[in-house]
Write a protein of this length. Structure first.
Length: 271
């Protein structure tokens, strides 16, 4: 089952409506006829100025519709913050990719096994990188909701594709394919469907069901602080290539998003 939805802010009904921001010092090499957008030594202040918000839940096709799975379903969720409602190919877009909504929901729920008192969620780092020692699901903060540590190829992945900022007009117009991925930082979901229940005592929190998904008309709300580096460099490191290419993008982005999931053709990324 593949379903795509768009965003509408609380009280609104238009596709792509929502609120959010993403700003910070970035440097991007090779943009606009080869000229840099800042340098590593002198980054340039970047503002995504998002005006379109979309969520794209992709259901696990191995689950029979209407059935309760006996193992956790791999229901994926892709969140997009775009500069405009135009196609992603000519847009600056900030993505948050969640391969398993179930795992993130368990982190946010923070339930424990009543018999043992042990955490119900995955307590690992979310990566095979031995230099990373921080659990991907960090302890709850003052508001009772945990932050999620961002690592490449982890349980929550963040990426910026500045395809509007990085383009050439000759012999064009063509885009310059540069992607920055989060290799550190965090995201805190204040609302992820009904997953977070900070007002319920830990011992009374119900475990997350195996088929968890954020549903239509439910809210996605989060704050984030991202440390970005080049996707090519991180992929080379992941694949243990001896000499990774030097990064062409880096910096930090801070911001938030807040919107409700709504159906809408303009949010679809497939025919």
């Amino acid at each position: 089952m593949l379903a795509t939805v768009s965003a509408a802010s609380a009280g609104g009904c238009n596709v792509g409506d929502g609120t959010g921001s993403a700003t910070g010092p970035l440097w991007i090499l090779g943009c606009k006829e080869g000229m840099p957008e800042g340098t590593e030594e002198a980054p340039k202040m970047y503002d995504l100025e998002p005006d379109f918000f979309a969520g794209e839940p992709i259901g696990d096709i191995s689950v029979v519709p209407g059935a309760t799975p006996s193992v956790p379903a791999q229901n994926r969720l892709i969140i997009r913050m775009q500069r405009t409602g135009n196609a992603t190919e000519i847009n600056d877009t900030l993505y948050f990719d969640i391969p398993s909504s179930y795992q993130v929901a368990r982190c946010l729920r923070g339930a424990v096994d009543p018999a043992t008192g042990q955490p119900d969620w995955d307590t690992g780092t979310g990566t095979a990188d031995p230099t990373v020692t921080t659990p991907w699901c960090e302890p709850p903060g003052p508001n009772g909701i945990p932050r999620i540590h961002l690592v490449p190829f982890g349980p929550v992945r963040a990426a910026l594709t500045p395809l509007d900022t990085c383009h050439m007009t000759s012999p064009g117009p063509t885009v310059v394919s540069i992607t920055g991925v989060a290799n550190d930082g965090w995201i805190q979901f204040n609302s992820f469907g009904g997953a977070a229940t900070p007002d319920v005592p830990v011992a009374d929190r119900e475990p997350i069901g195996f088929n968890f998904q954020v549903g239509y008309d439910e809210t996605l709300s989060a704050t984030f602080d991202l440390a970005l580096t080049d996707d090519r460099t991180q992929t080379a490191i992941y694949k243990t290539i001896d000499v990774p290419p030097p990064p062409r993008i880096g910096g930090t982005l801070q911001g938030f998003f807040d919107f409700d999931l709504k159906r809408g053709r303009s949010a679809q990324t497939f025919p």
